[in-house]
Design a binder for this molecule. Structure first.
Ligand SMILES: [Zn+2]
Length: 109
């Protein structure tokens, strides 16, 4: 088995599991029993984990998860400048207003 994803958000993890299983990728959730006290953030090592049973399908599972977590069309949305707050079209790599690099461009660096 290989770890595919971990998050504090058990509902999201369950959703991902369902979607992957629809794709015929067998997976299991681990660690959700560790989520204890209500209103108390569990430390990261207690986060529930999504494991892919067939290790060879893990890359495929990861690409599904990536697609699910960044819905189609997101890249076409305008982005807000972190410096001045002005919105620039997705095709701009720098803020039209102040020239600050877009978050996507910074993430790529
Ligand atoms: Zn700006």
């Amino acid at each position: 088995m290989k770890l595919a994803y971990t998050t504090q958000d058990l509902a999201m993890l369950t959703h991902l599991k369902n979607v992957l299983e629809e794709q015929g990728i067998e997976c299991v959730l681990r660690g959700q029993h560790l989520l204890g006290g209500v209103g108390e953030l569990p430390p990261i090592e207690c986060w529930p984990e999504l494991w892919v049973v067939d290790e060879e399908r893990q890359p495929e599972a990861l690409s599904h998860i990536k697609a699910l977590l960044s819905p189609a069309g997101t890249d076409d949305n305008p982005w807000a400048c972190g410096e001045c707050g002005e919105e620039s079209p997705a095709t701009f790599s720098e803020c039209w207003h102040c020239g600050t690099a877009s978050p996507a461009l910074r993430a790529a660096c």
